[in-house]
Design a protein around this ligand. Sequence first.
Ligand code: ZN
Length: 92
Amino acid sequence: MDIDLISKGIGLVSNTIATLKTLKDLMPSGSKKHDVEEKLTEAENNLRLAKAEIAKGFDYKLCQRHFPPGILLVVDEFKLKCNICGNVEDFG
Ligand SMILES: [Zn+2]
């Protein structure tokens, strides 16, 4: 698997969700808008879950403080930081 191609694909899905959110904002308030908001939140959570699964496949560590889990990225020689909540953990 090529992580650059996967990142590009995830970026396109993220952009699509952002576009749909813009369209949702143009809808009049009401129950249909609420339904669309719920579905978009569900889509965002599924995307976070997909990112976490892919990250796990590339041996990234995951932040377990919330669900879907965040991805722990290297910020210092011995520190990892969650890309969602900012939680910092030691590693090594
Ligand atoms: Zn976190």
